[in-house]
Design a protein around this ligand. Structure first.
Ligand code: FAD
Ligand code: FO1
Length: 490
């Protein structure tokens, strides 16, 4: 289904002006054009050079609306299609744990594209440098990119829009990560899950449509020799002391296998057990979702295909988390530039944290003590060790973990800084809107309400050890991480 948009001013993709217009040339058959926005006001010339998909966030071939759109556009103007990825040598503190997972996933992307006669180019350097060089060298006629609501990727696409405008080339951005494109879900920062939920569900039927296949590309073009991946790894300037994880095999194939395994083995107990860190009941999908190796839409469609009373609550719960909560995080980061600072919190939260910022703390820990799991709390230490050793802390514990950092830091600002730093350094799914919102929800009450006032937290929701003991077998969890023991451990 293609929905045309009225022509308006097409500013270069500023986050605040969500939906820019789309010139009529962008309309392709069988594609909901509201998934796209135009980042400069150039247009494509038919029968010129290839269409380029500049892959960044959504690192997969199939189930990728940006690549689907790029191929439809290339077929419409009868030109070749190619894909590139701009590898930056460091990115927001990512370590070899993250780059290893990402690059191994991209190797699979290159192979799959080659089988479809679609050349893949790994370009080392920033998009602002590399894309204009590539487009002039390969006489590209239009560029399609995917979308992330974070400061750095938004700046990347803005810079490229400007560079391509100098070459008279259009840049079209497609939200391939969300089911409902962020600029379609809402035109403002939403207050809470309850205010965005109905907006998302109302649009779900329009966007939860089966993906057309990305097919062998008939307008052929030379396929370059395969990438020198050793050289790519060597170009990295990353901390190699945070090792890669063994439990998660990178790449789309492994990610889809994980999805099937979740549906077969864990979906049934997901709703009942997802808040119990001693049970293996989560999907485990976040690393593949973060790197876009698997489409969240595919997960929602797969999980929702399970009918019957025994899984109904779990299907609903998974949709709530993977659709509503996740797309609420995207909304927050897109419309609130302070998504990773106290300034991003609501006035009531900043006020209450300010009132209590001088309250006496029973414990105050440094980053080094937190990082090395050297607090007085064995459960907190165990959660920290799970994250450091396995690259994935259980979702329930992430709330407790962050809230204790608020309680045991010298100030809320310091707490948020420490939580984000540790989260992005060790979580395989770090540097993600879910992470920034997870931390700011826990420490500054974003998307939450105020609770009864107490020292240090003020009206920010409180969580404590006793509360965890009422929810699950804390001792059993702590026992898995011997290094977490403290004098408190019984
Ligand atoms: P499941 O429970 O199986 O959920 C499936 C998917 O739904 C997740 O992969 C995720 O995409 C989405 N989801 C689940 N819970 C949430 C949530 N609370 N908010 C938004 N989306 C959600 N998630 C990240 O992807 N990266 C992070 O860096 C991250 N940091 C967090 C930090 C804190 C302090 C908190 C409280 C939460 C954080 N989360 C983060 C959200 C959530 O904890 C993880 O997405 C989830 O635990 C990932 O494991 P899973 O895929 O097995 O989750
Ligand atoms: N995106 C890129 O286009 N190039 C990179 O080199 C790159 C590295 C990278 C490392 C860790 C990580 O977690 C993400 C990384 N991304 C990179 C960004 C990713 O594509 C997403 O845009 C962001 O993670 C936002 O979700």
């Amino acid at each position: 289904m293609s929905r045309k948009r009225k022509l308006e001013d097409t500013s270069a993709g500023s986050a605040k002006k969500p939906a820019t217009s789309l010139a009529s040339w962008t309309t392709v058959e069988d594609f909901n054009i509201t998934r796209c926005r135009q980042l400069n006001d150039m247009h494509i010339e038919p029968f010129k050079g290839p269409v380029l998909y500049w892959m960044s966030r959504d690192q997969r071939v199939q189930d990728n609306w940006a690549l689907i759109f790029a191929q439809k556009l290339a077929n419409k103007v009868r030109v070749p299609l190619c894909v590139c990825f701009c590898l930056v040598s460091s990115f927001l503190g990512a370590t070899i744990r993250h780059y290893g997972f990402m690059l191994k996933g991209l190797q699979e992307v290159e192979k799959e594209l080659r089988s479809l006669q679609i050349p893949f180019y790994l370009l080392c350097g920033t998009a602002k440098q590399q894309i204009p060089l590539f487009t002039s060298q390969h006489k590209v006629s239009a560029v399609v990119c995917d979308f992330a609501p974070l400061r750095v990727p938004l700046q990347w696409s803005k810079d490229v829009a400007g560079e391509l405008k100098k070459q008279g080339l259009p840049l079209i951005q497609v939200d391939s990560h969300n089911i409902v494109p962020v600029w379609e879900a809402s035109d403002k920062q939403e207050y809470a899950a309850r205010t965005i939920r109905s907006k998302l569900h109302k649009k779900l039927p329009e966007y939860l449509e089966e993906f057309p296949l990305v097919e062998k590309h008939l307008h052929k073009q030379d396929i370059p020799p395969s990438t020198d991946w050793q050289k790519a790894f060597a170009s990295l300037r990353v901390d190699k002391s945070v090792g890669e994880v063994s439990w998660a095999t990178p790449g789309t194939r492994a990610g889809l296998k994980k999805l099937e395994e979740f549906c077969d083995k864990r979906l049934k107990q997901f709703d009942a057990k997802r808040n119990d860190p001693t049970s293996d009941s989560l999907s485990g999908l976040s690393p593949w979702l973060h790197f876009g190796q698997v489409s969240t839409q595919r997960c929602i469609m797969r999980v929702s295909s399970h009918k019957g009373s025994s899984v109904a609550a779990s299907v609903a719960s998974f949709v709530e988390e993977a659709f509503v909560r996740r797309e609420l995080s995207e909304n927050f980061c897109f419309y609130n530039n302070n998504y990773d600072s106290i300034n991003g919190a609501a006035d009531w939260a900043r006020a209450t944290l300010q009132v209590h910022c001088k309250d006496k703390r029973d414990h105050v820990y440094t980053l080094e003590q937190f990082e090395n799991a050297r607090t007085h709390d064995d459960l907190w230490n165990a959660a920290q060790l799970q994250m450091v050793n396995e690259g994935k802390m259980h979702g329930f514990l992430r709330m407790y973990w962050a809230k204790k950092i608020l309680e045991w830091s010298s100030s809320p600002q310091k707490a948020l800084e420490i939580a984000i730093y540790l989260n992005d350094r060790y979580e395989l799914d770090g540097r993600d809107p879910n992470g920034y919102v997870g931390c700011i929800w826990s420490i500054c009450g974003v998307h939450d309400q105020g609770w009864s006032e107490r020292p240090v937290f003020g009206k920010i929701r409180y969580m404590n050890y006793a509360g965890c003991c009422r929810k699950f077998d804390v001792k059993k969890f702590v026992a898995r991480y011997p290094g977490s023991k403290t004098t408190k451990s019984k």
